[in-house]
Structures are given as structure tokens and as C-alpha cells.
Design a protein around this ligand. Structure first.
Ligand SMILES: NC(=O)c1ccc[n+]([C@@H]2O[C@H](COP(=O)([O-])OP(=O)(O)OC[C@H]3O[C@@H](n4cnc5c(N)ncnc54)[C@H](O)[C@@H]3O)[C@@H](O)[C@H]2O)c1
Length: 315
């Protein structure tokens, strides 16, 4: 990091102990931010814990980093992280919701218990922290924290997934939570724009224990795994650091993807074709004919995210 882009800023990064979250913590810290590294150090399904993990990463991030090693997926944990930031850093500039677990299962085989655990861990936790941090961020704007009369700053970044935008076999709970994060991002962006706080969604591709876990069911998936394993999570951290910087002051409500040195912006669902009728007796049959003529050519296919992004990454 050549420039201290984030000097004086403070950040909370959930899932900061490993993989993409760890890279984000290190990049934000080396750009000058004080960082709370929040991670239980648990297994990929959310079980167990290793309280040393967050402390180890915080130590790597330097003197201004602090660990939080409890489970982040409760309103109480969200309040504790906010309090930790207020007590030690006197404010919150950046919130990165990155923690996630995996409990894959096909819709006709998975369990409601796994659904509840994944949605709570990967989606509700982001709401809890956003809900706890945004009142502080609004106050900072109103009361001109730090920059005298001109405090116009705040960043919320939700780490999503193309599994929530395209879908993927076995990931009903995970993909639904990631799709939910898209809605949370849009609404946070709208509601926080007056406080000059941005909210964006980042769908990453990077080598981590998640990619290690992929069990290829065919040649194409094996190739996808092989390619994903070559992508450093630091490319994700690079995009996140840009989004946190002053250069991205007016970038909000957007959906980015990052795959090595390739960064893309996703379109967001908007009507692309319409059928209308003035016929008072618009029957299902007539509607069906209109759909065939005017809408069918706009239908979206069932390609999974693994299929859609199975090209050589630029690493
Ligand atoms: N690696 C990829 O290619 C990829 C693709 C799409 C999306 N993502 C997303 O990127 C993010 C980071 O993924 P990763 O690949 O680095 O995974 P990872 O498993 O290496 O890291 C996730 C971290 O979050 C922590 N965590 C999970 N739930 C927690 C909780 N309740 N409390 C505290 N800590 C918790 C875990 O302990 C772990 O250290 C996740 O949101 C994931 O869904 C990753």
C-alpha cells in the first residue's frame, strides 16, 4: 500500500480471521485504518471455535487492531463490536460484513435447521451489525466527527456471492442468504445516503478454505476449482479498500464482482420487457400467448455461477 488512504479511519470486519476477511483486515490496516478483527475461528459449518485466530490476525495488523473472538451472529455481539470500536477508536467509519458459513444441501434433502443457521449467520448477522452501527454513523455525520464541520464519510460493504445472484446446486440456504444481502445493501444505501454513508455489495472469487472444499462433480467443476485456487484474496481486499477510499465517495448501492485482476459491475434486476392489455377479459391463456410472444426471449437460463465464471482468471 503506497498511500495511507484510510489514515484515521476505524473498521469492523466480520470473518476477519481467515481468507478474504483476513486479506481485507490486512489491507485496511496497511492503508492506515484501525481494525476490529471479528472471528470465532470456527469450522466452515460454524461449529467449534479457536479464539486465538482473531488475536493472531489482529497482531499481524499492528498496534491499532483489536480482536473480537465471539460469535458475531447476534444483536448482542453486534452491540459489543460497536462498543469496542467506540471505546477504542471513538467512532466507526467502515463496516465489512464478511463472515459466512456453509451447510450445503439440495432443497429436497437439506434441513430446516441448517437453513436457519446459515441465514442467521450469513444474513441476519449483517443486519444486526448494520442496525447497531448505523445510528453511530448517522450521529457522526450530524455531529461532524473528526473532520470538523465536514464529516461526510462512512462505508458499509457486504461480501456477497454469485451464488446469490445466479444460484448454485446445493446452496439454497447460502445462496438465499447472499441474495438477501443484496436487498440489505440496496436499502442500506438508500437509507444512509443522506448521512453520506455508502453501502455496496461485493461478490468475490478467491482461494480460501471454501474453494478447497469444492468437491468437483464433473470435469467442468474440477477446472473451476483449479482456476479459483489460483486467485489471491488480496484482489478482493484491493477492491474493498478502493470502495472505502475517498475516490469512491459517491459509489453506493452497487453490485461488484472481483475475480483476480478482473473487476466487474453487475446489472440489477429491472424490467426488460413488458406485456400489457386493455382487455377486461385478460385470461391466463391470452396472457400466456403474450408471454410467449413478448417475454419468452428475455427469460434467464439456469446457468450456475460456477458455469458462468469458468474462464481463466487474470491473476
Ligand atoms: N472464496 C470465494 O471464492 C468466495 C466466493 C463467494 C463468496 N465468498 C464470500 O466471501 C466471504 C469470505 O469467505 P472466505 O472464502 O474467505 O471463507 P473463510 O471460511 O475462509 O472465512 C470466513 C471466516 O468467517 C468466520 N465466521 C463465520 N461465521 C462467523 C461468526 N458467526 N462469527 C465470527 N466469525 C465467523 C469463519 O471463522 C472464517 O474465519 C464469505 O462471506 C463468503 O461467503 C467467498
Amino acid at each position: 500500500m503506497s498511500d495511507m488512504l484510510l489514515e484515521g479511519r476505524s473498521a469492523i470486519v466480520t470473518g476477519g480471521g481467515r481468507g478474504i476477511g483476513e486479506a481485507i483486515c490486512e489491507e485496511l490496516a496497511s492503508a492506515g485504518a484501525s481494525v476490529i478483527v471479528a472471528d470465532t475461528g470456527g469450522a466452515i459449518d460454524g461449529s467449534g471455535e479457536d479464539s486465538a485466530l482473531a488475536a493472531t490476525v489482529a497482531k499481524k495488523c499492528g498496534a491499532r487492531a483489536l480482536p473480537y473472538s465471539k460469535n458475531i451472529a447476534s444483536p448482542k455481539a453486534a452491540s459489543e463490536m460497536v462498543k469496542l470500536a467506540m471505546d477504542h477508536f471513538a467512532g466507526i467509519d467502515i463496516v465489512i460484513n464478511c463472515a459466512a458459513i456453509l451447510r450445503d444441501g439440495l432443497v429436497f434433502k437439506g434441513s430446516p435447521r441448517d437453513w436457519d443457521a446459515v441465514v442467521k449467520n450469513n444474513l441476519s448477522s449483517a443486519y444486526y451489525l448494520t442496525n447497531a452501527a448505523t445510528p453511530v454513523m448517522r450521529d457522526q455525520f450530524k455531529n461532524a466527527r473528526g473532520d470538523g464541520n465536514n464529516y461526510t464519510w462512512g462505508r458499509i460493504i457486504n461480501i456477497g456471492s454469485t451464488a446469490g445472484l445466479y444460484g448454485n446446486f446445493g446452496q439454497a440456504n447460502y445462496g438465499s442468504a447472499k441474495a438477501g444481502l443484496f436487498g440489505l445493501t440496496r436499502i442500506t444505501a438508500m437509507e444512509m445516503v443522506r448521512s453520506q454513508v455508502t453501502a455496496n455489495y461485493v461478490a468475490p472469487f478467491a482461494h480460501s478454505r471454501v474453494t478447497d472444499m469444492i468437491q468437483p462433480a464433473n470435469q467442468e467443476q474440477a477446472q473451476y476449482k483449479d482456476r479459483a485456487m489460483r486467485i489471491s484474496p488480496y484482489h478482493v481486499a484491493n477492491l474493498v479498500t478502493y470502495l472505502c477510499s475517498d475516490q469512491a465517495n459517491d459509489v453506493t448501492g452497487q453490485v461488484f464482482g472481483v475475480r483476480g485482476r478482473e473487476v466487474f459491475i453487475f446489472s440489477q434486476p429491472r424490467p426488460v420487457a413488458t406485456v400489457t392489455s386493455t382487455d377486461a377479459n385478460w385470461t391466463p391463456e391470452k396472457l400466456g400467448e403474450a408471454v410467449d410472444v413478448n417475454l419468452r426471449s428475455h427469460f434467464t437460463d439456469l446457468a450456475t455461477d460456477l458455469e458462468a465464471f469458468n474462464t481463466d482468471p487474470i491473476v
